[in-house]
Design a protein around this ligand. Structure first.
Ligand SMILES: [Zn+2]
Length: 149
């Protein structure tokens, strides 16, 4: 197995919270290597409390161990660097906005509505559907918007 093909396999592993969005697009993949057919993948968590982490690790292992040219796979959760929204790919950002109405906070703290493009989005509650996300509300189109922290 070659390093480019490892990258290609990783791009087929979706985040369980965002089907259709790969862990590569989400910026979780920090490093990978192969030695004697054993693949080692270094991932960084988006948020240390996310219950999806074990599912992601399991999905990565099964994606590799189903291949005949891989003898085994180890996933390591790295302590650093810290995940930030700047690690998302352009495709990742676009998909989050269009498919999940999830937006990223701008550097100045403001939010842009992924549905109508309005800037009049206000934070509602810090308790979102998961600890990674909070809920905001668009004053223009009156849609709830999830904010990725
Ligand atoms: Zn809106």
């Amino acid at each position: 197995m070659t390093l480019p093909s490892i990258d290609a396999v990783l791009a087929t592993v979706d985040d369980p919270e965002y089907p259709g969005l790969s862990i590569v697009d989400l910026g979780l993949v920090e490093s990978f290597d192969v030695a004697d057919g054993h693949v080692t993948v270094g991932l960084i968590p988006t948020f240390s409390g996310c219950p999806a982490l074990q599912m992601i690790a399991d999905d990565v292992v099964s994606a590799f161990e189903s291949r005949s040219d891989v003898t085994g796979c180890t996933v390591e959760w790295l302590a650093g660097p810290v995940w930030g929204t700047d690690r998302l790919s352009g495709q990742g950002r676009a998909r989050l906005a269009s498919d999940y109405t999830v937006v990223l906070r701008r550097k100045d703290g403001t939010l842009r509505c992924p549905v109508c493009g309005s800037d009049t989005v206000t934070d509602q509650s810090m308790a979102g559907p998961t600890r990674c996300r909070s809920i905001a509300w668009c004053n223009e189109c009156r849609n709830p918007v999830e904010v990725m922290r």
